[in-house]
Design a protein around this ligand. Sequence first.
Ligand SMILES: Cc1ncc(COP(=O)(O)O)c(C=O)c1O
Length: 402
Amino acid sequence: MTNSEIAELTEKHVMNTYTRAPVAFVRGKGCRLWDADGREYLDFVAGIAVNALGYAHPSIVKAVADQVAAITHTSNLYLIEPQARLAQRLCELSFGDRAFFCNSGAEAVEGAIKLARKYGHTKRGEQCDKIITAHESFHGRTLTTITATGQPKYQKHFQPLAPGFEYVPFNDLGPLEKAVDDNTCAVLLEPIQVEGGAVRVGDDEYLQGVRELCTARGALLMYDEVQTGAGRTGKWFGYEHSGAVPDVMTLAKGLGGGVPIGALVASEDAAVFEPGEHASTFGGNHLACTAALATLDTIADEGLLENARERGQQLLDGIRDLHSKHAAIAEGRGKGLLLAMELKTERARRLAELCFEKGLVLNALSDTALRIVPPLIVSAEECEEALGIIDAGLQDLAAEGE
Ligand SMILES: Cc1ncc(COP(=O)(O)O)c(C=O)c1O
């Protein structure tokens, strides 16, 4: 089928929840994509920070093919070797003692919210149910995770929302100090906010202050690392940048290298679920856990954390150079390969379109910011190529009158 045939079919039969570019990618290799009409692109979206190893990486292809040939799914009624090994691996890489597996970021955050409520109930009594999150946060699209999300635009039309949430400004300890009381079971934060429309890095002192506050008041510190986890920021997990270690974290996106998986990782003290209290039919099946193990192995074996740090710095330096040339740029920010380029005007969507026309896949995070999240395998040459296309796109934007 061609791009336009797929567009027609989608328009007719797929529920209208996404604004999509009229292009269907049908094949990928490394950081390159090809669409249904045969056109080639350089991909700096990576399936929204999912495809850590790019496309068709031999290690994932082999691990997944071998696993599917052996067994894909049995359910959590039985032991699952790749699940046990993945839990061990995540605990060795992080603060965690135990992991629970599910299928998406939102499902992982739902699990964290339930875990926090049970923690509060059992440690301090049933009145201890308040969860504090940040303004401009993003935690998913289920009913409870849109409630946790501190952005009213995601909640509109879906009231009544789940009770028991309170919101405070991000990167500002004062309001949080006032909000955390005896009935607070958890504070839930992204160490770097992304979907709030910007890539906003939590200050080290703020995150360390939140850690101390949670410890002092007996509340869990829970990090939503759905986007920051699994190497995206140049460390295994976003919390490592500040050293403020959480009690619970959620993972998804990059963990499975493109195969759906979510995870909830907790310290022994916080891992309070007992049999029957939480479950997920597909969660932690052989296929997803094998893909995640192959992804983590490849990140380690190919030095991709270091690559994320170096390529991220190269891109930030490149954006700084473009800044001296193009008045439209406000700044570049982020960590590792979780970056945003902020414009002074509301032309980010147009700039993404202009770059797309030149063969670079980019996503506008908001009206003013481009998200730059290539696969962690991206090379120095590919980063230069992308910067060249952004430069050309900015020239076109200027010609249009910015
Ligand atoms: C921090 C964070 N939490 C949760 C989610 C939801 O993940 P999913 O779309 O896999 O449900 C996202 C998705 O962008 C995210 O960035």
